[in-house]
Design a protein around this ligand. Structure first.
Ligand code: FAD
Length: 865
């Protein structure tokens, strides 16, 4: 049998290799119009960025090596220019010699791939405009960068290739701008999941224009002017990455059936409308695995599988291609974005009655170093619970979870099945409840009605006349940002404040990621309240509204059934959130070259007194308090007023520290994105208002000014003695009763006061275990500083207090929480003494020295007990 293959890369090479393995006698000829076969398309952007250094790494096989292994006649630079099905022959042009010739076949496989789309607007081609499909394209871009030293690049299109190119051009030292026509990058994921990606891209110093299109390109002598709908961007080069179209002129001219989009129509055996011609890869129409709809999903995995299936069928094996579910993954700088199955948009188009859940889970046990969180969005059928799709954005472990869910989708599993999956677990790899299990649990709670949920896009429709927006996060978290119109009752004191809530109103509960909100809803529901929990919590809400106002999006999403009320609390206009974000995203920054570790980009021009806004990233991950705050302080000292500092840390206390630090030092805390255990705080040096009215140099002085006095009380509890603990809490409660804001900072032995009385199973090293055993576990085990007499003294003092109607220490602690006293455990001491967060009583915040010092500065009394 003589088999001809058109196209020598993913689908073609895969078919050729399988054919040879199945039939040692067949005559196989593989035509490739380019110079290379079986090359790594997916690796091309990384050669441009420099991660892949050697050219040879891009070519997995040469014609010679492929021939040696598979005995396939590989003809590179040979283009099949026509197919004649009636004659069962193809016409070929040898591009090396210019010679045309004909080759007969028994079976023909077409795998010609897809070509980049080049839009037809004025100036859309030229020697500074590039597309990326193959190795010559790659060298062209690389050579241009090497020879012309461009400083800036515009990438048109925010799809997979666009994002990869943006990252790699940025890595190559260019100032990169992405222009995307839609409201979000990476089309296969939904807008709400893309918001984290937007923030991440911008945090790397790449500019992002969303919902903006290129109208034309003006060519200057050594640069381009890219005319957008909104403005004109001046750039040195441009990558066109607006998508691909099936490369199927050959098939059309041969009379094979193609669909309206130009994809070759094939059956499940990959057979075209001609009984002897198969087609595979990016050129063919695929069936969506979930909906059976016909589509175009150009990915390497399907192309390889289809090549194998075509070969099987040619050799008499009845293999079938059962559809594509669009499982894909993308590296976006250090972030990973993965998806599988249906997104919301696709579910809606397919007319599926679906629900969605958002979870935020650690990549592995949070107590084991290096755990980072991932956001998981699950789309599932309401009636059956069938898993329809998932999108995951995070860092470590995203690929594994996406693949588990992709497998579940293939097996037609439900969300209940996800809860039952027994997945591998040890602390460095996962948690006993893996993020996939967690997504299943949350989805199950939603479907079973145990938790009623509302979504970020429903918030605009909430009527304050009939509803209460209740934020149950700690006051500290609330102070750092909230949804306008919400009230704050921290979860741990909710039970004591139920009477203050109007039971005739529906309570819309808000927490950080949805987990504490679920607990609050159980408390409220069992006390007779109608309540519903914000899915994905305030974290998702801020991520979304960092970039887009709710009004527009809720218009889009109204088909989900949410009603818009004229009386709606217009949280979209929330000054707190939007203003912060507007600051962050406003204007374009002029960025320069990236250097390692502490990356500083751009300069301040002393002569013109003009600001070039620098974006400085500081990596403080792994540092314990006060390490991160010291790094921040150092970066601020070196920065110019208005510069943006992005500091990443894994210290859980940093969120509070940074906010307080900025408050006290006259800098502007813009936002904190805590994804996957790494908190990234964005801080602007100095105050915005100040810069508008004074000279830059004055601003610098202003940045170090201290703000006016306060009358808060600050108590540092160092001692773990019972009598001193009692005294501390009595003072704290008295101060709170006077309406003062009181903060108690527990450090070293004082931490023992906050320990839970029972033993908590947490992983500790031997020294920490020994410490834990030797130290008193909780307030009831404390001893007196004097006259303890083997514990007799402590018992006596407790008895005396009871007789004299003085609250016990335990009652005093509870009262202090009720009174709004802030109890802060020092993370540095916790670390030193081996005390874990789980071992502390509820309602304790974690904090560091900076938070304590900020409180001290705002206090007229600081006690060290
Ligand atoms: P191709 O692999 O494109 O091969 C088609 C070949 O046919 C071409 O070499 C072409 O020259 C040749 N040809 C066409 N017409 C003729 C003719 N008439 N005569 C002779 N030869 C002809 N997918 C993923 O899943 N993950 C990724 O990370 C990923 N990254 C990518 C990055 C880039 C930059 C690009 C361009 C693509 C990426 N893809 C990725 C997509 C993936 O490469 C394709 O889905 C896959 O290669 C399709 O295989 P194919 O065989 O259909 O076409």
């Amino acid at each position: 049998m003589k088999i001809l293959i058109v196209g020598g890369v993913a689908g073609g090479a895969s078919a050729a290799a399988r054919l040879r393995r199945l039939d040692e006698k067949a005559e196989i000829i593989m035509f490739e119009k380019g110079e290379y076969i079986s090359f790594a398309n997916c690796g091309l952007p990384y050669f441009i960025g420099g991660d892949i250094k050697e050219k040879e790494k891009l070519t997995l096989q040469t014609p010679e090596s492929f021939n040696a292994r598979f005995n396939v006649d590989v003809r590179t630079m040979n283009e099949v220019v026509s197919v004649n099905p009636a004659q069962k022959s193809v016409s070929v042009l040898n591009r090396k010699t210019g010679e045309p010739y004909t080759e007969k076949y028994d079976k023909l496989i077409l795998s010609p791939g897809a070509a980049p789309i080049v839009p037809n607007f004025e100036g859309s081609s030229g020697d500074r405009i590039f597309t990326l499909r193959n190795i010559p394209d790659t060298y062209k871009i690389k050579d241009f960068i090497t020879n012309n030293h461009p400083k800036s690049a515009v990438v048109v299109g925010g799809g997979y290739i666009g994002i990869e190119m943006a990252e790699n051009l940025h890595q190559a030292g260019l100032d990169v701008t992405i222009v995307e026509l839609l409201d979000h990058v990476i089309g296969p994921i939904d807008f709400d999941m893309a918001c984290d990606v937007h923030n991440h891209i911008e945090s790397k110093g790449v500019h992002l224009y969303l919902e903006d299109g290129v109208k034309s390109i003006r060519h200057n002598a050594n640069s381009l002017d890219v005319v957008l709908n909104s403005e004109v961007i001046h750039t040195d080069m441009l990558i066109m990455a607006v998508g691909v179209k099936p490369d199927t002129t050959l098939a059309k001219d041969a009379g094979l059936t193609v669909n309206g989009r130009g994809c070759i129509v094939v059956d499940e055996h990959m057979l075209t409308s001609d009984a002897d011609i198969y087609a595979v890869g990016d050129a063919v129409e695929v069936t969506d695995f979930m909906t059976n709809a016909k589509g175009f999903i150009p990915l390497a995995g399907p192309a390889n599988k289809q090549g194998r299936i075509a070969a099987d069928n040619i050799c008499g094996i009845d293999s079938k291609y059962k559809g594509t579910q669009g499982t894909a993954i993308l590296k976006c700088f250090d972030m990973t974005v993965a998806c599988t199955g249906l997104n919301e948009r696709a579910a809606k188009i397919a007319g599926v009655d679906y629900e969605k859940s958002y979870t935020y889970s650690a990549s592995h046990a949070s107590y084991y170093p290096g755990a980072v969180n991932m956001s998981v969005k699950l789309v599932f059928e309401k009636k059956t619970g069938k898993v329809l799709g998932a999108q995951i954005v995070g860092f470590d472990g995203v690929d594994k979870r996406c693949d588990v869910i992709a497998t579940a989708i293939r097996a037609n599993m439900t969300i209940q099945d996800l809860t039952e999956l027994e997945l591998s677990y040890a602390p460095p790899y996962s948690s006993a409840k893996d993020p996939v299990n967690m997504a299943g649990y949350v989805a199950e709670n939603i479907l079973s009605g145990r938790t009623k949920i509302f979504h970020w896009h429903d918030v605009a429709s909430i009527d304050p006349e009939t509803s209460i927006l209740l934020d149950i996060r700690t006051t500290y978290e609330f102070d750092n940002g909230f949804i306008q119109g919400s009230i704050n009752i921290p979860l741990d004191s909710l039970r004591h404040h139920l009477k203050e809530l109007d039971s005739k109103k529906t309570i819309y509960v808000i927490c950080q990621v949805g987990l504490r909100g679920h607990v609050a809803c159980q408390i409220l529901r069992q006390n007779g309240f109608d309540c519903t929990n914000l899915s994905g919590g305030y974290r998702l809400y801020t991520s979304v509204f960092g970039k887009k106002k709710v009004k527009n999006y809720s218009d889009d999403i109204n088909s989900h059934g949410s009603k818009k009320s004229d009386n709606a609390v217009n949280i979209a206009q929330s000054d707190k959130i939007d203003n912060k974000r507007v600051d962050l995203h406003a204007g374009k920054t002029e960025l320069g070259k990236t250097v390692d570790n502490t990356k500083k980009e751009g300069i301040f021009n002393e002569e013109t007194q003009n600001f070039t806004v620098n974006r400085i990233s500081v990596d403080a991950t792994g540092l314990q308090c006060p390490g991160p705050i010291m790094s921040l302080s150092k970066a601020l000292k070196e920065a110019n007023v208005h510069d943006i500092i992005e500091i990443s840390t894994t210290d859980p206390a940093f969120a509070s520290d940074a906010e307080a630090f900025c408050r006290r030092t006259g800098n502007t805390f813009i936002s904190l994105v805590s994804s996957k255990g790494i908190s990234t705080a964005t801080i602007e040096k100095g105050k915005k208002e100040a810069v508008d009215i004074v000279e830059a140099s004055e601003c610098r002085n202003k940045a170090s000014q201290v703000v006016p006095e306060y009358n808060n009380k600050n108590i540092i509890v160092f001692s773990g003695d019972l009598d001193k603990a009692i005294a501390s809490f009595i003072i704290a409660n008295a101060s709170a009763a006077m309406g003062r804001k009181v903060s108690m900072f527990f450090t070293f032995w004082g931490l023992n006061i906050l320990r839970k009385p029972e033993k908590i199973n947490v992983k500790k090293d031997i020294i920490s275990k020994m410490f834990g055993m030797m130290m008193p576990r909780g307030s009831k085990k404390l001893t007196l500083s004097k006259m303890n007499m083997g514990g007799m003294g402590a018992k006596m003092i407790r008895m005396v207090m009871k007789n004299k109607n003085v609250d016990s220490l335990e009652q005093l602690i509870l009262a202090s929480i009720d009174n709004g006293v802030e109890l802060v455990a020092c993370t540095m001491s916790m670390d030193v003494m081996g005390i874990k967060e789980e071992e502390l009583i509820e309602g304790i915040k974690l904090g560091g020295a900076a938070a304590m010092l900020a409180n001290a500065e705002e206090s007229d009394m600081s006690l060290f007990i």
